[in-house]
Design a protein around this ligand. Structure first.
Ligand code: FE2
Ligand code: FE2
Length: 205
């Protein structure tokens, strides 16, 4: 990862004026700065997670600015620092799940199998889930508002919901209705990975 991306990430986090230094120290030591954003899809390279988090933040700010022109009440209901905090930290759960490995990869030109460096996934460090794991990992180091916790918890949107679980469906729906930050962060996560980030080896295209 380039220093430029990491510096931009840190600058944005500090721009919130919140007490983020303990959080930054934790991100420096828990693997977040070196982790990829995925094992075989978007930004599956060292530093990919920081880059994806930064892309999500830029997308979230663009959505927030755009939606404010349609609904000015957003300025008050959803402060800018909340948009930045939730977007930059939504995937902290990925800090400790990717491990370097050697994979067999088919050479498309020759049709032969070759060894290539990559990542495998293991949840053994803290098998807590996804968004909920991020919230739990952040809270010892940084205070979050309810809206920020909910936006991080539900950032996968309806994709992460067990539709047969009535309570889960109602919780997600209520979180979206009460907190504009929830759909903003979900949309930003989708837009950044689909519009700003190129695919990895496992893309089914
Ligand atoms: Fe995620
Ligand atoms: Fe994400």
């Amino acid at each position: 990862m380039s220093d430029k991306i990491k510096n931009e990430f840190l600058e944005l986090l500090r721009s919130t004026g919140r007490d983020v230094e303990d959080m930054i120290e934790e991100l420096e030591s828990n693997g977040f700065m070196e982790a990829p954003a995925s094992a075989g899809h978007h930004l599956n390279v060292a530093g990919g997670l920081v880059e994806h988090s930064l892309n999500t933040c830029k997308s979230a700010l663009a959505i927030w600015e755009g939606m404010k022109t349609l609904n000015p009440s957003l300025e008050k209901s959803t402060p800018k620092d909340s948009v930045i905090i939730a977007a930059l930290l939504h995937d902290v759960c990925k800090s400790d799940v990717y491990f370097r490995t050697v994979k067999q990869k088919k050479n498309k030109a020759t049709g032969t199998w070759e060894e290539s460096e990559g990542y495998k996934v293991s949840y053994k460090n803290f098998p807590m889930g996804h968004g909920e794991k991020s919230v739990i990992m952040i809270l010892p180091f940084l205070e979050l508002t309810d809206a920020e916790m909910l936006a991080i918890r539900w950032h996968m949107g309806a994709w992460s919901i067990d539709k047969s679980n009535y309570e889960e469906v109602r919780n997600y729906d209520t979180a979206c209705k009460l907190n504009p930050l929830v759909p903003i962060i979900h949309a930003a996560d989708m837009l950044s990975s689909h519009l700003l980030e190129s695919g990895g080896d496992d893309e089914d295209l």
